[in-house]
Design a protein around this ligand. Structure first.
Ligand code: FAD
Length: 401
């Protein structure tokens, strides 16, 4: 039986477990966090990924936990609406909090794989017949294959492909998202305020019981410690100091928030998604950036294709990885292009472009080519033709050691 070590238990990792287990592979997942991570921002699905969720049998459950967000409203400094988007523009065809999605995927796979939380791979050493992995905990194990599903700053990519600086393409922006009080009383909606190079927003979450604050800004590369949260919060406070609307109140939330996300808006570009017996899935291999709206779709579809090709190749991982690469390239390119376009649109660099954007949103319902614009993200979501791999044999979900 082929043994596969997967690093990362967020979206791509557990989705890969689901398929690999069904095809008869034995999987182990190592996750740096002490448990599946709850909460987080909203992520959405478009196009082909919905078909994959359906084939995994979890579409109904994801729909049951959907955010059901309505339109987002762009406001000016005094809170007056200046433009409104369609619900789909921000929330795709189906939107869920990332933590809820992680929950669904963990529940789906917990009994079929070995999960090692609170650990990480310290070294990988591959030869012709397998890969020796040493974990930070001191554990040593040998696997047939290793997959990195450990996100933008992938540990597996660093170990098998080399330093991140060779593959990361910063788009010139930073993003921060954290939970705050729903002090505006938003009901399944959000507000967005923009100044050239800066975008601040808030949207209701968990049936309006809380809200998320988001801060995006254009910047040259910043140097900061990725583990130093207070230092990152200070960057946000400094970048947005003096802005009007609800910005001071949202910044106040930094002091009490139970969670905090801060990172550059970047993409990962690799000439190949594998090196020998090691391959990458999701953000680790082809991050398209939060502003593509396609990251979760890429991870779910990528896991489906990678597992399907490994199964179809009947043990020839070289052939499987090559086909995985070929099948994903065009889809990744379309999603990454959307990431670049989305950033320009969401964080306009000039007053002039802000006015143009607001006018476009206002005029959209009356434009004859409205459907074309509406359907653009959907076209990207469907920029891959899903191969139907041989049906999964019904495998019992027996607990594993
Ligand atoms: C603010 C924000 C908004 C977003 N909005 C959207 C959206 O609207 N729509 C959308 O489709 N996508 C969105 N995304 C992107 C989406 O969240 C990602 O594309 C998606 O989560 C990628 O899944 P993944 O499994 O590849 O990686 P990740 O979700 O990044 O998960 C990586 C996992 O690996 C773990 N890990 C990291 N290092 C190690 C290590 N050394 N050892 C073991 N485990 C490790 C992490 O703890 C994590 O659990 C957004 C992202 C952000 C940040």
């Amino acid at each position: 039986m082929t043994t596969v070590l997967i690093s990362g238990a967020s979206v791509g990792g557990p989705a890969l477990v689901y398929w690999l287990h069904g095809y008869g592979f034995t999987t182990t997942v190592v996750e740096r966090a002490p448990a599946p991570s709850p909460g987080g921002y909203a992520v959405d699905f478009r196009g082909a990924s919905l078909k994959v969720l359906d084939r995994m049998g979890i579409l109904a459950e994801v729909e049951a936990r959907a955010t059901r967000m309505g339109s987002m409203v762009y406001v000016n400094e005094s809170g007056k609406a200046v433009a409104t988007t369609t619900p789909e523009a921000f929330s795709g065809e189906l939107e869920i909090l990332r933590g809820d999605l992680v929950d669904v995927l963990y529940e789906l796979t917990a009994a079929t794989t070995e999960y090692l939380f609170d650990d990480s791979i310290a070294s990988l050493d591959q030869d012709e017949s397998g890969v020796d992995a040493v974990f930070e905990s001191g554990l040593r194990r040998r696997f047939d294959l290793v997959i990195g599903a450990d996100g933008l700053h992938s540990n597996v990519r660093r170990l098998a492909f080399g330093p991140e600086s060779s593959y990361v393409h910063d788009l010139g922006y930073y993003a921060s998202v954290f939970t705050v009080e729903n002090h505006l009383g938003l009901d399944h909606t959000g507000r967005i305020f923009t100044e050239p190079g800066k975008t601040v927003g808030t949207y209701s979450a968990r049936d309006n019981t809380e809200a998320k604050a988001l801060f995006y800004f254009a910047s040259d590369p910043l140097s900061y410690d990725r583990r130093d949260v207070p230092a990152q919060q200070a960057i946000i406070a400094e970048q947005f100091a003096g802005l009007g609307w609800e910005v001071p109140r949202l910044l106040d939330g930094l002091r009490t928030t139970p969670d905090f996300y801060f990172d550059s808006i970047s993409q990962i570009k690799l000439d190949s998604y594998s090196r020998g017996r090691v391959a990458l899935v999701g953000d680790a291999g082809y991050c398209a950036s939060p502003l593509s709206g396609m990251g979760t779709s890429l991870a779910i579809v990528g896991a489906y294709v990678l597992a399907g090709e490994l199964h179809a190749a009947g043990g020839d991982h070289v052939a499987a990885f090559r086909k995985y690469d070929v099948r994903m390239r065009g889809f990744v390119a379309a999603c990454q292009k959307q990431g670049v376009d989305g950033a320009r649109w969401f964080i306009p660099e000039s007053k002039w472009f802000m006015v143009l954007r607001n006018l476009t949103f206002r005029m959209l319902p009356y434009l004859p080519w409205r459907r074309l614009i509406d359907e653009m993200p959907l076209k990207v979501g469907n920029a891959i033709e899903l191969t139907t791999y041989e049906d999964l044999p019904q495998r019992p979900a027996a607990p594993r050691p």
